[in-house]
Design a protein. Structure first.
Length: 97
């Protein structure tokens, strides 16, 4: 399974990306999603295969979504992840040496 994919970044939410089949462009993306996404800015094109490793997404799920619904939405990472560890890190910094 090999797909040529275009990736667009959102103008509304930092680190939100929309994967679409290059041949379809944005035609299969529902209008409500496009409205919420903001104006799509083309970031780059990429060939996706099952062997490809993506930094933040499961390639199997991305390919499945492209085939079944015509797009894959990559959500930004949770903004609060770094805060969960902050108190512990601060405590360690304040420990006497």
């Amino acid at each position: 399974m090999k797909r040529i994919c275009s990736i667009y970044r959102s103008t509304r939410k930092n680190e939100m990306y929309l994967y679409v089949l290059r041949a379809d462009a944005l035609a299969r993306v529902p209008e409500p999603l496009l409205s919420a996404f903001g104006t799509p800015i083309h970031a780059f094109d990429m060939v996706l295969t099952l062997e490809r490793v993506l930094a933040r997404e499961d390639i199997t799920k991305v390919l499945e979504n492209l085939d079944n619904q015509g797009y894959h939405l990559q959500m930004p990472p949770p903004e609060d992840d770094y805060i969960e560890h902050l108190p512990e890190e601060l405590l360690r910094r304040n420990d006497p040496v």
